[in-house]
Design a protein. Structure first.
Length: 335
């Protein structure tokens, strides 16, 4: 198993637990440091790259990414892919794996497919609490809390991106954290897959990408830290439809022991999402993407999505330079 995290801390309980389990099972924990943080990461099964090591990598993206940025995680994806990863799992260093985290991951799984287009608050399928995922549009929260999650009977489907939930301190936004109780423990229920036209944000905290979807790993730099994985998730969902694949949500396989956060600073970082997530959906839905799933086709669709967001002034022009660098690096590894 190849697992990617980024950190500015010495080894945390979550990273130690992952490392110990990988020592038994085999696999690699790829750890991307930054200007602030440890100079080494003395755990088994770990490949640690501090900022200087990253700057020396042969990737075009290595010197173009900003320092002090979560998006340096992009380099961890490339390193894992370079070493032959076919399934890539990403998480954060404040997540502790539960036993289910180590189960074999398959692209095809039995799911309940959500057929209704529009926004879908998947957290409500796994919990009766008044809860929603980070990145869910504020104006859609109340309707989503009173609307049942209509899903088809259990059937097998290919889901090239799979978001597993996290218990205790799940990924919710600052509005929820400032107004509502935690911890939350999700119910163990059948996985849910979202069909084309159905939207729900997913994060980078407990997420599996299978090889055909590797181009969709790219984390954008032209937005805030709290939005980079969320805005990536919208682009990824739009591209998955063109691949004739789906996004799945599965029960919790992590417990989050959240690193210290300043909630009002989180709120400030989330404001662009509160204001623009609905617009991003509309921009992406309006794009004409080509069906296909080879690397060239998926990368072309990725470029079209980011070009659409730049044209709508939702991301800066420089984002396209980074997307191009990502694609060139990726294609040098996988053809």
């Amino acid at each position: 198993m190849d697992i990617v995290i980024t950190t500015i801390f010495p080894p945390t309980p979550g990273a130690i637990a992952i490392s110990q389990e990988l020592a038994k099972r085999g696999g690699t924990l790829w750890v991307m440091g930054d200007r602030k943080g440890p100079t080494d990461y003395p755990l088994p099964q770990v490949r640690f790259f501090d900022i200087e090591s990253q700057l020396g990598l042969p990737f075009r993206l290595a010197r173009r990414l900003a320092e002090k940025s979560y998006t340096r995680k992009n380099l961890g994806y490339l390193l894992a892919i370079e070493q032959g990863a076919r399934v890539l799992v990403e998480t954060d260093d404040d997540n502790v794996p539960l036993p289910g985290f180590w189960e074999e991951r398959r692209a095809r799984l039995a799911v309940r497919r959500v057929l209704r287009p529009g926004w879908c608050n998947v957290y409500r399928y796994f919990s009766d609490a008044r809860i929603w995922p980070r990145g869910f549009p504020l104006e859609e929260i109340n309707p989503s809390l009173s609307q049942p999650l209509d899903s088809a009977s259990l059937q097998e489907a290919e889901c090239l991106v799979q978001q597993a939930l996290a218990d205790a301190n799940p990924d919710v936004d600052a509005v929820y954290r400032l107004t509502s109780p935690l911890p939350i423990h999700f119910e163990v229920r059948d996985p849910v897959a979202l069909t084309g036209g159905c939207w729900c944000p997913f994060n980078s905290q407990n997420t599996t990408f299978f090889a055909p979807a590797f181009p969709l790993l790219y984390l954008p730099s032209g937005c805030t830290f709290r939005m980079t994985d969320i805005w990536r998730s919208f682009v990824a969902q739009r591209c998955l439809w063109a691949m004739d694949s789906q996004l799945a949500f599965t029960p919790a396989t992590m417990r989050q022991e959240r690193n210290e956060h300043h909630l009002l600073r989180d709120f400030e970082d989330e404001v662009p999402g509160y204001l623009h997530n609905q617009e991003i959906r509309m921009v992406l839905e309006s794009l004409s993407l080509q069906p296909g799933r080879n690397v060239a086709e998926v990368c072309e669709n990725l470029q079209r999505c980011y070009a659409g967001l730049v044209q709508a002034n939702l991301l800066p022009e420089r984002e396209l330079e980074l997307v191009d660098a990502w694609i060139q690096d990726l294609r040098s590894l996988v053809g």
